[in-house]
Design a protein around this ligand. Sequence first.
Ligand code: CA
Length: 229
Amino acid sequence: MPKILLVEDEPSLRMLLHDNLEQEGYEVHAVADGLAGLDAWAEQSPDLIILDVMLPGRDGFSVARNLRKQDTRTPILFLTAKSRPKDVVRGFEAGGNDYLKKPFGLEELLVRVKVLLTDRRLLPLKADDQTIIQLGETVFDTRRRQLIFTASPPVQLTIREAELLQLLIQQQGEVVPKTYLLELIWGDDGFLNSRSLDVFISRLRKYLRSASDLEIANQRGVGYMLVVY
Ligand code: CA
């Protein structure tokens, strides 16, 4: 019987999730804050952690970062009311594997729990996005964060590289302002972040050299545009 650790401070939601997960056949241990969550994780070695982001004391991101220092395998499903892209990125960077926005349907939660427990490769998932995106002759697998080329080996992207590419894909054929990319990925558009963005863009460009029909165009001082020929 898979063991699930549930960290949720709202008593009614905690109880509801606890009972429903138990009914599905899981062994559930439910706690109300991050510290109790870390203790329970150490004691119980759960197979999956459902972690609320907005918790009293240490928030879910901080709990996840702490967990990931010792445990890179146990899947973490974040629950949160926040839905800004920046928070989604933060969630994945903190080591989350999936993300569910409140309010969510119980069925949706159960499906994700099942997927996370089955998929032992534990690659980050993006809640809202397509898994497979066709870019000319190239395929971008957002789940595995892989660019799959027709004539050369696939390239594995880091979380930030993938996030950046996805933002460019969403507005494919338009110049995406640097300030927008910086706000969404780093949370502010300071000089250092701006330099980092340039570095990330250079890396993406290098990868895209394997595709003859893809290019990231630069409009000086304004932004970047993904072009599919
Ligand atoms: Ca909460």
